[in-house]
Design a binder for this molecule. Structure first.
Ligand code: SF4
Length: 379
């Protein structure tokens, strides 16, 4: 059996970013109870991965803001993980972090644990844009945080950048990318701003205080990002993810190649080849459910049609694309015919490339990848 992924969700933030509608809490009052619940879930759910002591290849601390955890929290979590999971050959352990948490003291503390990758929520390197989305750090602080990580010995550093932000222009986005390229980062993820209904930005949009950027603007940002990163030694390995060769995120890649993973914490998702499930998205509901052994999750058994759809939607987002012999082996010849039949139009228009049994999205189809993929979905 392939080694699995472990995801640990920490639903606390110091303050609320204005684009975010996530259910995180801005106090740490329930942190200790949450850690107890996480440890309980780690101890009781390993069989979801079909093994008594599952072999783990990647661990990802996401949130929320996992960089709000302290040394004693990490000690408890890592000790439980090593007791109940086999992490002797674990290749990647990532901590998501906010720039203002990454002081040299904090980084020295992190070095006591087996983290080998830091993923920093930078979002922009222009102060007016950071203020407009209520990030609690400045551009300088973010740049210093990246340098401090490097100085502390982390060589696998990822940053997140956003485009489509209020106040952003194509020129300011290019400046952000150029500043990012001057930093010791090996991986960049970049997504368009999503106007989530529960967010402060969405309310401002509805009141007419803010305007959404046009698709043309977003497309220009996306292609600017591609060309600047490619010209500077980065490879695009997924639509929104770029890295130096060998620094692709192993954890995120495993979501796209069907690897099993266990997610613990409120709102965390898990997948074991036949079941996909998610934990309740509430801190109180999660803690009380886990600690009193009450159900805290919804799940679904995946039929072959759903698995085929997941396969198409995730694989086509990667530069490797879909190998037809693999699709046929997994889902049968009828799905292969179905996929190729529905791909004809996009192949003809040059949005999809088909060669040597491999179907992948061409450069000019990248920005409309979702609609290209949806044509191939089993309806
Ligand atoms: S974007 Fe991240 S740091 Fe900001 S409020 Fe949402 S979860 Fe917290």
């Amino acid at each position: 059996m392939k080694a699995s992924g472990l995801y640990i969700h920490i639903p606390f933030c110091k303050s609320k970013c204005h684009y975010c509608d996530f259910f995180s809490e801005t106090t740490l009052l329930k942190k200790n109870e949450l850690i107890d619940a996480l440890l309980t879930e780690l101890k009781t759910e390993m069989l979801f991965l079909h093994e008594a002591k599952p072999v783990i290849r990647t661990i990802y601390f996401g949130g929320g803001t996992p960089s709000l955890l302290e040394e004693t929290d990490f000690e408890k979590i890592f000790s439980t993980i090593s007791n109940f999971y086999n992490i002797s050959s674990c290749e990647e352990i990532t901590l998501e972090a906010n720039p203002d948490d990454l002081t040299s003291e904090y980084l020295q503390m992190l070095r006591k644990f087996p983290f080998n990758r830091i993923s920093i929520g930078v979002q922009s390197l222009e102060d007016n844009e950071l203020r407009a989305i209520n990030r609690r750090h400045t551009s300088d602080q973010a740049m210093e945080a990246v340098k401090a990580c490097h100085l502390a010995g982390f060589e696998n550093i990822s940053i997140d950048l956003m485009y489509g932000l209020p106040e952003q222009t194509l020129d300011s986005f290019s400046k952000t990318i150029e500043k990012a390229l001057s930093l010791p980062v090996s991986h960049i993820s970049s997504y368009a701003l999503s106007w989530e209904e529960g967010s402060v930005l969405y309310q401002k949009l509805k009141k007419g205080i803010l305007k959404q950027k046009s698709d043309e603007f977003l497309e220009s940002c996306y292609f600017e990002l591609n060309s600047l990163l490619m010209a500077n030694g980065f490879l695009r390995y997924e639509l929104s993810n770029f890295s130096h060769p060998g620094y692709e995120s192993k954890h995120n890649s495993s979501y796209w190649d069907g690897t099993y993973y266990l997610g613990v914490g409120p709102g965390a998702h898990s997948y074991n080849g036949s079941i996909r499930r998610s934990n309740v998205s509430s801190i109180d509901g999660y803690i009380s459910g886990i600690l009193s052994n009450e159900p805290v999750r919804d799940g679904e058994s995946l039929d072959m049609d759903t698995k085929y759809n997941d396969f198409i939607m995730t694989r086509l987002r990667t530069t490797k694309g879909v190998f037809m012999h693999e699709l046929e082996r997994l889902f049968g010849i009828s799905k292969r015919y179905y996929c190729m039949y529905n791909a004809r139009k996009s192949i003809k228009n040059g949005l999809l490339i088909y060669e040597d049994e491999n179907l992948r999205i061409d450069e000019k189809g990248l920005f409309i990848a979702d609609s290209i993929c949806s044509d191939l979905i089993w309806a």
